[in-house]
Design a protein around this ligand. Structure first.
Ligand code: PMP
Length: 411
């Protein structure tokens, strides 16, 4: 048996992070609101926001206050036990969830919440087929991945637990192909990872109608579009549709890892003992973060501010697009999930913007995506648009002089 002291003198092993993505090359030391700072004290305007999780800004004061208070009380408690923090989170959510979806279960990530939504549909309909849409992204766990379109993410993982048919996104006609063997159709009101494409209102309404007709669940995934980002608390409300299951994550706890599934009374009343569970789902800190998140959403009127900032940013990006038509196909997205569809892979532009102090990300294969927090100012927006413009001008010049890197080659 190795003694305690011997363990201490054991050579220290170098543990490395598994890199599924290339590192960004900056070391971040702190963040506040719409900004992050690197270890050398350089400030960046954050339009990446942890893949959209920090819509409420970094260290949101409402969320921080709730988290700090909770850290002094209890930080581990399964939801088998009643608690003030649970009651507070449920009552906060009562102010923002669609009225018919008054039953929630908490999870830790968007993928897990999608997983539960699919499980509910599968068991209750006893059907094995699901419908999703071209360009969809719903997560990386097996069930969520089965309804995610991108072949690169799916490759090597089949067979999936669901037989999934991907219908063309926004095609009303194709919705007729949803048959009585379909357990659920899952849709993003605005596709995020897939390329910033909003669903049309007519498409969402026809999808709802068809799901009702064949007895399939309508699952609306608002993990990225929800909680004010598009100018509405839930983007699907614009089409006046009523999902059977709503899935939310990312922003709801101000970036704290928490997600939820919301369902109506009928579904909730049929839940069976032990049918689902989660060790950390509904952790007291996550619940406190949700309460703080809802307080921020309402007190700060996040949807209205997101809408106003979006109008300004869209206007600026439209000008940039017009000046750079040979590089930019279109301006895409909705609210504060928006960007430029380029005529080439955006990696080089993302790198260049980072060197100028603006953090962005990509969507699909050609979209330069921005997911800013709601509190960006007019000044931030003007500055960001100028950086995008400079960056595209530099790309234009380097392409004109024939110095094309592989990342810039047309796709
Ligand atoms: N659904 C949508 C619409 C998403 O955008 C994402 C994450 N990008 C997910 C689900 C998965 O969320 P998570 O990464 O938290 O598992």
């Amino acid at each position: 048996m190795i003694g305690f002291l011997q363990q201490l003198v054991k050579p220290v092993q170098m543990v490395r992070l598994i890199r599924f993505f290339a590192p960004r090359g900056i070391k971040v030391s702190r963040a506040k609101g719409q900004y992050v700072w690197d270890s050398e004290g350089r400030r960046y305007l954050d339009f990446h926001t942890g893949n959209g999780a920090a819509l409420l800004g970094h260290l949101n004061p409402y969320v921080m206050r709730r988290l700090k208070e909770q850290m002094e009380r209890v930080t581990v408690l399964p939801p088998l036990y009643d608690s003030d923090v649970l009651e507070e989170a449920l009552s906060a959510l009562g102010r923002v969830l669609p009225p018919q979806l008054g039953n929630v279960f908490f999870q830790n990530s968007g993928s897990e919440a999608v997983e539960l939504a699919l499980k509910l549909a599968r068991k209750r309909t006893r059907r094995r087929k699901a419908v999703a849409f071209t360009g969809s992204f719903h997560g990386r766990t097996f069930g969520a991945l089965s309804v995610t379109f991108n072949r690169a993410y799916r490759e090597g993982y089949d067979p999936f637990p669901f037989e999934v048919e991907f219908l063309p996104f926004n095609s009303l006609e194709d919705l007729r192909r949803i048959g009585e063997d379909v357990a659920a159709a899952i849709v993003e009101p605005v596709q995020g990872e897939g390329g910033l494409t909003p669903a049309t209102d007519e498409f969402l309404r026809e999808l709802e109608r068809r799901c009702r007709e064949v007895g399939a669940y309508l699952i609306v995934d608002e993990v990225q579009s929800g909680f004010g980002r598009t100018g509405l608390i839930w983007d699907h409300l614009r089409a006046n549709v009523r999902p059977d299951v709503l899935v939310a994550g990312k922003s709801i706890g101000g970036g704290f890892p928490v997600s939820l599934v919301a369902v109506d009374d009928e579904i909730a009343s049929k839940v069976e003992e032990g049918e689902h569970g989660s060790t950390h789902g509904g952790n007291p800190l996550a619940l406190a973060a949700v309460t703080g998140g809802v307080e921020a959403l309402i007190s700060e009127d996040v949807p209205t501010k997101a809408h106003a900032a979006s109008e300004l940013l869209f206007a600026g990006l439209r000008e940039v697009a017009a000046e750079n038509a040979e590089l930019v196909r279109s301006v895409k997205g909705k609210g504060l999930m928006l960007g430029l569809e380029l005529r080439f892979n955006p990696s080089q532009a993302i790198k260049d913007l980072q060197s100028k102090g603006l953090l962005a990300l990509k969507a699909g294969t050609t979209v330069l995506r921005f997911l800013p927090p709601y509190m960006i100012t007019q000044e931030d927006i003007g500055w960001a648009v100028a950086k995008v413009s400079e960056s595209l001008s530099a790309l234009k010049a380097s392409r004109a002089s024939g110095r094309q890197t592989p990342a810039q080659s047309p796709v």
